[in-house]
Design a protein around this ligand. Structure first.
Ligand code: TUI
Length: 315
């Protein structure tokens, strides 16, 4: 059994959080992950407060275990959904794509443990001072909006600069990745891409098929020019986006416009040409469809065995 301080902090059996994947991480996936002993997460993405409230209520009907909500801070509804999580007494909030400090007082007063996703030591130190309960150090191997540093170098540096627990994210899809994260000093992992293949994940079947077919060099980063780089699978959309990104005749506005709705097209419509299939580099490690329960048990059985054998080269 692997038990870390994160299990006690969040009231979970396995020290694993499910990534807050926009247009994908709904009540179905969140409840399945929580029922399997991890912390399921509903993504508030760019949706309004009513959508989120409905999804939270659905998840509450599907599980008695704790689950969280991910708030994407660039969302036009961030302020509104920040109040919904407090009203609904959600125990854990993860945040992405920005600095959550302005909501920290509201959430801490509501008894919410705030776990910001950070991609640098400066932001990690800042959110610790603002009242974060733990921090999710996300390397650029992950899918969606990414920072520059890899998980391998980011996690130990963040462990060195904060006193709150550190959760590793980015590139972790199996027991080897989880074991490595513990060796880097993390007390838990956040996994996104691997859960795309969960039976309980309602993403379009074409998205799952693409993940299962992905190989090592199947992802690419788009949007650097716009200041929010996004890792996604290579397809007609990403090729066209990159061609425009490197064309000085194309304005930033036109480029931004091209991205609008592309994730929804991929996740809900399964549009293999014009959809943006956000995925981490670990997509290549995802081999089959499984239940959330199978995914979590497999990751931790493998990690436990690796950690037990971890001293085999030590003389
Ligand atoms: O947020 C994510 N992943 C995401 S958000 C998303 S939706 C979106 N789509 C297009 C553009 C922007 C968002 C899809 N995937 N991961 C967590 C994450 N947070 N990665 C990087 C950061 C981050 C970046 C800067 C966290 C804090 C931060 O602070 C600096 C600042 O400028 O506030």
């Amino acid at each position: 059994m692997i038990h870390t301080p994160l299990c006690d902090l969040l009231g979970i059996q396995y020290p694993i959080l499910q990534g807050g994947m926009a247009w994908i991480a709904d009540a179905s996936l969140a409840a399945a992950v929580s029922n399997a002993g991890g912390l399921g997460i509903i993504s508030a993405m760019n949706a309004d407060e009513e959508w989120l409230r409905t999804e939270i209520r659905k998840a509450k009907a599907m599980t008695d275990r704790p689950f969280g909500v991910n708030i994407m801070l660039k969302s036009p509804f961030a302020e509104k959904v920040a109040h919904v999580v407090a009203e609904e007494k959600i125990p854990v909030v993860t945040t992405g794509a920005g600095d959550p400090s302005r909501y920290m007082e509201l959430w801490n007063k509501a008894g919410i443990r705030v776990l910001p996703v950070v991609a640098s030591t400066a932001v990690a130190r800042h959110v610790e001072r603002s009242g974060a309960a733990a921090v999710i150090a996300e390397g650029g191997e992950s899918g969606g909006h990414v920072g520059d540093l890899t998980t391998m170098v980011l996690v130990p540096q963040i462990c060195d600069c904060v006193s709150i627990p550190v959760i590793a994210a980015g590139g972790i899809a199996d027991g080897r990745g989880a074991a490595a994260a513990f060796m880097l000093g993390a007390v838990g992992v956040q996994v996104g891409t691997r859960f795309l293949s969960a039976y309980e994940c309602t993403v379009h079947q074409n998205y799952k098929k693409r993940i299962l077919k992905a190989k090592d060099i199947s992802t690419v980063i788009t949007g650097k020019r716009l200041g929010h780089p996004v890792r996604c699978l290579k397809n007609a959309f990403s090729r066209e986006f990159l061609a425009k990104e490197y064309d000085p005749a194309v304005s930033n506005e036109e480029l931004e416009q091209m991205g609008v709705g592309a994730l929804r097209l991929a996740a809900r419509e399964g549009d293999e040409k014009m959809g943006c299939f956000m995925a981490g580099q670990a997509a290549a490690l995802v081999k089959k469809e499984q239940s959330a329960q199978e995914i979590i048990s497999e990751i931790f059985e493998e990690a436990e065995q690796i950690l037990r054998e971890g001293t085999k080269w030590v003389r």
